[in-house]
Design a protein around this ligand. Sequence first.
Ligand SMILES: O=c1ccn([C@@H]2O[C@H](COP(=O)(O)O)[C@@H](O)[C@H]2O)c(=O)[nH]1
Length: 274
Amino acid sequence: MSFGARLHAAVADRGPFCVGIDPHAALLRAWGYDDDVAGLERFALGAVEAVAPHCSIVKPQSAFYERFGSRGVAVLERVIAESRAAGALVLLDIKRGDIGSTSQAYADAYLDPASPLASDAVTVSPFLGFGSLQPFVDTATQHDAGLFVLAATSNKEGPEVQEAVTGGHSVSATMLDHLRRLNADATPLGSFGAVVGATLEDDRGLDLAFNGPILAPGYGEQGGTTDDIRRIFGASAGHVLASSSRGVLRLGPDAAAMRDAVLRTNDELRALRG
Ligand SMILES: O=c1ccn([C@@H]2O[C@H](COP(=O)(O)O)[C@@H](O)[C@H]2O)c(=O)[nH]1
């Protein structure tokens, strides 16, 4: 089954809230752990145990594991495996993008089921040109995986690049047009998503109806709210996965508090889907 179809079913079952498993050094210390590999492991697996059974999708940010080298990456492999075992899809936040031949190696690393880091979907950066992502597109299609392409990111520096106009369209709009083509014939939902922040002032005039999922980071800690999801995404709010990392993880290590926040937020976001 395609990633889009699996995500559609998972969201119908559990709701559209995506929790980021981001082991910040400050959070490890706040949970009472050392900022070392043992602390990383207790934190990350504790967070997975608390939230993954209640989420349609979780989003570990690779950088927080890579900072510990190979032992940190080994923890990431367990985060991926245990999240899936708990019934959650895994969107690995890597934001990779390079010339095509190197993109192929990244795609093999993160999307080929034979890889220990294989995930259901990854984030990719299209700023070497959307065509440079073709190996990701082909590999995702081959393995029923998904992609989330950076389009209008949640950080304030994004517009310098993303609102630049080329061929009469903003870079963000151009990325969404590529996704619209990739998702054209997919039902119930395409596998090629966009990243559009929950922090935008408005929809920037973007046509968000591209028949794919929308990852909206910036919900929670960066200021995005459920009202913002309604305001920014309008009729496309039903395709949005609002994503928060620190906003949930700050409630730990109290597993019940994290779980309750996930359940509550899923209910709140479900109401937007009509
Ligand atoms: O536009 C983007 C794209 C990705 N992110 C990532 O999402 C989380 C946000 O974490 P919070 O703690 O909820 O702020 C993090 O992994 C970012 O790398 C983003 O923030 N904005």
